[in-house]
Design a protein around this ligand. Structure first.
Ligand code: SF4
Length: 346
């Protein structure tokens, strides 16, 4: 039945204004509707009691508001919560709530079912790409998590490469930013990419968002092995795009660097990294590789992590070591999905 109707969660504020003007309604009605949907999580037009009865009936005739509940929730002893959502075509995606302090959390959301990028250290990379998520499917992960507690920051760092689904991601970002809707400031949303160079440039021109780049190596040879995208966009091109993005947006770029034992964790790597980052306004997030059963890589030693971080800090590069949260649940991207689907197959 819903197939002929429009999901209001798929529309930015501007698009919603256009939809309402087709119904002959004034612009300010948008604010009322946004508040019902995103602040009070109401999906039934009948309950939107400050709208006239006739208007509610018109809306119900032409539109609907989708809403998600997680099919599986796993909670770690450190408070990290992982949600698995079932989509209307039977596919599934994950989001992870990571507690930052007592009452604030960061939510990591997915942008595609699977991923085409094939990064070697990532479980999702092994699934291949099934399909892009629609804007409302990106937005609904946030709405569902908000009903489980406040979410201070959003990171597009779950399943999928956001820049490989650029139009839908930009629509979703604009929905996050609507003042009377979810009301996220642009500084509270971070998009993480494996390094699609033309799309990084396009992103900077089309929307405001913080950029994180998954770097993970300091030579093309090693990066190519870890991340096949490097064959298309080698380090020199990637770093130029990042330099430009930082200039155009006047924002620091965050570089994610997964330290993998004896692959990219040497002092020589730290030296090369400093050179690569020259002239880019940035900070570095170091993440120690999380070794698990069947993993093809090793965790770095404590000494290697410390030496790497100190080298960067001594050269005035902001370098934080991100704690790996949710160790006792399927915390790495794609793990919960693979567990649940695995169980279903048996
Ligand atoms: Fe895709 Fe990100 Fe995994 Fe790479 S790390 S395969 S871009 S989901």
């Amino acid at each position: 039945m819903n197939k002929d109707k429009i999901d209001l969660k798929s529309l930015t504020q501007e698009q919603l204004e256009g939809f309402l003007s087709e119904l002959g309604k004034e612009k300010y009605r948008v604010k009322q509707i946004l508040r019902w949907i995103y602040q009070r999580h109401v999906t039934d037009f009948e309950q939107m009691t400050d709208l006239a009865k006739l208007f509610r009936a018109q809306l119900a005739d032409r539109a609907f508001v989708s809403s998600w509940k997680p099919e599986v929730v796993e909670t770690s002893s450190d408070g990290t919560r992982k949600y698995l959502f079932r989509l209307d075509d039977g596919e599934s995606v994950e989001a992870v709530r990571i507690p930052m302090d007592e009452d604030r959390a960061t939510l990591c959301i997915s942008t595609q079912v699977g991923c085409a990028m094939g990064c070697q250290f990532c479980m999702t990379g092994t699934f291949g790409l099934t399909r892009n998520l629609r804007p409302e499917e990106i937005v609904n992960q946030v709405c569902a998590a908000l009903q489980d507690g406040p979410v201070g920051n959003i990171v597009l760092m779950g399943m999928g490469e956001p820049l490989h689904n650029l139009d839908n991601v930009i629509t979703a970002l604009n929905i996050f930013y609507a003042d009377d809707g979810l009301g996220y400031g642009t500084r509270r949303v971070t998009l993480s990419t494996c390094g699609l160079v033309p799309e990084i440039e396009e992103l900077g021109e089309r929307v405001k968002v913080k950029l994180a780049v998954s770097l993970n190596a300091t030579t093309d040879e090693v990066r190519q092995k870890l991340m096949p995208i490097n064959q298309r966009y080698p380090l020199v091109e990637l770093m130029n795009a990042c330099r430009l993005f930082a200039q155009v947006t006047r924002q620091r770029v965050t570089f994610e660097y997964i330290l993998i034992g004896e692959i990219n964790d040497s002092l020589l790597d730290a030296k090369r990294l400093v050179k690569l980052l020259h002239g880019v306004r940035c900070k570095v997030n170091l993440i120690a590789y999380n070794e698990h059963d069947g993993a093809q890589f090793r965790a770095p030693s404590e000494e290697a992590i410390k030496a790497f971080q100190s080298y960067l800090l001594q050269r005035d590069i902001v370098a934080t070591l991100r704690a790996s949260k949710g160790q006792d649940i399927s915390a790495a991207c794609g793990q919960l999905k693979s567990q649940v689907e695995g169980k279903q197959e048996t």
